[in-house]
Design a protein around this ligand. Structure first.
Ligand code: 5GP
Ligand code: ZN
Length: 138
């Protein structure tokens, strides 16, 4: 299913041109217009899902396999030392385009640290409560 006025629906389905590195029946992988690093690639399903949390299991399992394929291709083509696979869900998590996509970001040993987060100390009691509350929802 496509969604009207969704730019990634249009790009994935070829209505808007893109620098495509891979295409099959269900996905298109393109270069990011504003890359974090040269070669930053986006894997986009042709069907519309707002994000990973609402996507079908079929699309997600294919998307992860494709992340492996594209990640290896990007690594070989650019000679980078590592790859970040990043996927944002919801505005609070930094998602700006609300059509599921996976970022494949080339990384270099001497490159800028671009995917980071603070490492807080954790309280064992609180951790046990949080773990139990999440486990209770699964
Ligand atoms: P998000 O922040 O939603 O995880 O990532 C959206 C990504 O899509 C950003 O990295 C942004 O640069 C990229 N992007 C937004 N619009 C376009 C576009 O029209 N074409 C391409 N190739 N990338 C886009
Ligand atoms: Zn869409």
């Amino acid at each position: 299913m496509k969604k009207d006025d969704c730019i990634f629906c249009k790009i994935a389905n070829g209505e808007i041109p893109s620098n495509t590195v891979y295409e099959d029946e269900r996905f298109r992988a393109i270069l990011d217009l504003s890359p974090a690093v040269k070669g930053h690639t986006l894997i986009i399903p042709k069907d519309h899902f707002d994000d990973l949390l609402s996507a079908s299991d079929e699309v997600l399992s294919d998307a992860v396999k494709l992340a492996k394929k594209i990640g290896n291709g990007v690594k070989e083509a650019l000679g980078c030392d590592g790859i970040n696979v990043v996927q944002n869900n919801g505005e609070a998590a930094g998602q700006t385009v609300h059509h599921l996509h996976i970022h494949i970001i080339p990384r270099y040993a001497d490159g800028e640290k671009i995917v980071t987060w603070p490492q807080l100390t954790s309280d064992p009691e609180e951790q046990a409560k949080i773990a139990a509350s999440i486990a209770g929802k699964l």
